[in-house]
Design a protein around this ligand. Structure first.
Ligand code: GRG
Length: 308
């Protein structure tokens, strides 16, 4: 692949402007998220929910959901409520992760964390509010999608969020803090659950909404598990190599908390190579979808080239 000014060209001369694509999709997602939660009584909680939901971020998860739905023959409108829901769930997890009882962070997405602005009590409730609303939103707002697909989406989102996903990964992560004898197997378990599970749900739910076969669900799962792990390896690398300003949050937290990370096990260079290999494996899963898979392939490459 040749890359010139962000226009990426395959041997078949199919052009894809990733920067323009991301900008356009981020704008679409921002507008949909802004509309999804309006201010009402009691204002305090809606303000706290909106504070973190509208604080920026790459919007990678909703973009992956929309891109998969389109690749599999669905439309943006069909997938947008689910795309908003995954960003609500992701934002909830960031709010809770930043609490003093967890990672105790002061900054997120370049702004003060939710509990620093609203206090721990309201931050917990803002997370809870976003979590519950995500499920309500999928059910009440999804249109022109058969009900059995919506039910499958709800089940997938629940599975990715609870003890079988985010919660389970976070528990093991907390238990591993300060321990230096964490195995690669445990580290993979943590990140496959804490980071990978929701990314997988974004991609697979996008496919389910479009009505994919169970064989394609498996293919999409393998693509997303690979990008999920690569995403976390890069996250660990950025924690070491970037500044607070570049990350929009406190850098160097892993070393400070004496966490075992991929770079601490493999070193920076090998970690980068492994992430690159995972992205190549992910893209190989999309070969049967031809040129329609270009956005998902480029999003996979974006995951390892990102700087924050
Ligand atoms: C209460 C149901 C419930 C769950 C919470 C706190 C928790 C359980 C899980 C932690 C999950 C977590 C914070 C995982 C880290 C994922 C990660 C790498 C986040 C950064 O994602 P980016 O880079 O962030 O996509 P932006 O800001 O761009 O969206």
């Amino acid at each position: 692949m040749v890359v010139t000014d962000n226009i990426q060209t395959t041997p078949q001369e199919v052009k894809f402007d990733l920067r323009a694509y991301l900008k356009e999709r981020q704008k679409l997602c921002e507008a949909a998220l802004d509309k999804s939660i309006s201010m009402r009584y009691p204002e305090k909680i809606y303000e706290a929910m909106r504070y973190s939901l509208m604080a920026g971020g790459k919007r990678l998860r909703p973009i992956l959901c929309l891109a998969t739905c389109e690749m599999m023959g669905g439309t943006i409108d069909m997938a947008m409520p689910t795309a908003c829901a995954v960003e609500m769930i992701h934002t909830m997890s960031l709010i809770h992760d930043d609490l003093p009882a967890m990672d105790n962070d002061d900054y997120r997405r370049g702004k003060l964390t939710n509990h620093k602005v609203y206090g721990d009590d309201i931050a917990i409730l803002a997370g809870d509010g976003l979590l519950a609303y995500a499920f309500e939103y999928v059910v009440t707002q999804t249109q022109n999608v058969p009900l059995e697909r919506v039910v499958q989406v709800i089940a997938r989102l629940g599975h990715a969020t609870g003890a079988t996903g985010l919660v389970g990964g976070q528990v093991l992560d907390l238990e591993s803090e300060g321990k230096t004898d964490i195995s690669l197997e445990t580290l993979n378990f943590i990140h496959n659950h804490k980071t990978g599970a929701l990314l997988e749900a974004c991609v697979v739910c996008g496919g389910i909404i479009a009505g994919v076969s169970s064989e394609d669900v498996q293919r999409l799962s393998r693509y997303s598990q690979n990008i999920g792990l690569a995403f976390q390896i890069i996250d660990d690398i950025l924690d070491i190599t970037q500044t607070d300003e570049q990350l929009g949050k406190t850098a160097g937290k892993d070393q400070q908390a004496q966490k075992v990370t991929y770079p601490s096990l493999w070193g920076l260079q090998e970690s980068k190579q492994k992430a690159q290999q995972l992205i190549e494996d992910a893209c190989a899963e999309l070969e049967p979808f031809g040129d329609k898979a270009l956005p998902l392939k480029e999003l996979a490459h974006f995951i390892i080239s990102r700087k924050h």
